[in-house]
Design a protein around this ligand. Structure first.
Ligand code: OGA
Ligand code: MN
Length: 223
């Protein structure tokens, strides 16, 4: 009985602390267009994911990423040089279960508190090899606007500023000027931003750079 009570209590604490994180993300996205949440998952789980991505990458399960969608899809090494592997969020490999559980919680929180109508998501693993980058862009395609929010979860332990690879967000600055915000891809950090309004780029990484990247969408995928 006592033990059951304690467990219930712990679970409640866990839910409460998640809600604090979710609330901070929602608040950031709605007031500034973006949010940064460090420690979205605890270090051991984050490490486990990094190891899973790394071994998957080493066995050659990734493809060089292209740009555009459908008939507009093409490769362009001048624009992006990352390698990606799409994953099925409905039945993810073991290492990713907690990540998607936490993400579902975030989606429910978004839908409950601001009627965003997120009905689908798509996620891929991403590895930027040494020297990899992704030039300034928006995450929406010319002909489909289903992507509402971009979400990136970083997996790089002991990342140093001199290793580059920052996500650079282009934001409105003072007096109509443009401002930039550089975010290092440090392990455990989740960045979420409005896919329609926030232009961004990935600066050249001097070390292999790991992440899970995805989009929360307002219509189910057609294929
Ligand atoms: C993308 C992207 C940013 C990052 O994949 O569209 O912008 O920090 N990624 O990995
Ligand atoms: Mn992008």
């Amino acid at each position: 009985m006592g033990r059951a009570y304690n467990l219930m209590h712990l679970m409640e604490l866990h839910i409460q602390s998640n809600e604090t994180v979710f609330e901070a993300i929602v608040e950031g996205v709605f007031t500034r267009g973006y949010a940064v949440a460090d420690g979205f998952l605890p270090p051991p789980e984050t490490r486990q994911i990094q190891q899973a991505v790394s071994s998957h990458y080493q066995t050659g399960h990734f493809n060089a990423a292209g740009i555009g969608k459908g008939q507009y899809y093409r490769m362009n090494q001048d624009i992006r040089r990352d390698h990606i592997h799409w994953i099925d969020h409905n039945s993810p490999p073991d290492a990713f279960v907690l990540f998607f559980k936490q993400l579902q919680g975030l989606v429910q929180y978004f839908n409950r508190t601001c009627y965003l109508g997120i009905r689908d998501m798509e996620f891929h693993l991403a590895v930027y090899p040494q020297g990899g980058f992704y030039k300034r862009h928006l995450d929406v395609f010319r002909h489909t606007h289903a992507r509402k929010l971009s979400v990136i979860f970083y997996l790089n332990a002991d990342w140093e500023e001199s290793q580059g690879g920052q996500l650079r967000l282009y934001l409105p600055g003072e007096d109509g000027a443009e401002a930039t915000l550089d975010l290092a891809p440090i392990a455990g950090r989740l960045v979420c931003f409005n896919s329609h309004t926030i232009e961004h780029e990935v600066l050249a990484a001097r070390r292999e750079r790991y992440s899970i990247t995805g989009w929360l969408k307002d219509e189910p995928a057609l294929f």
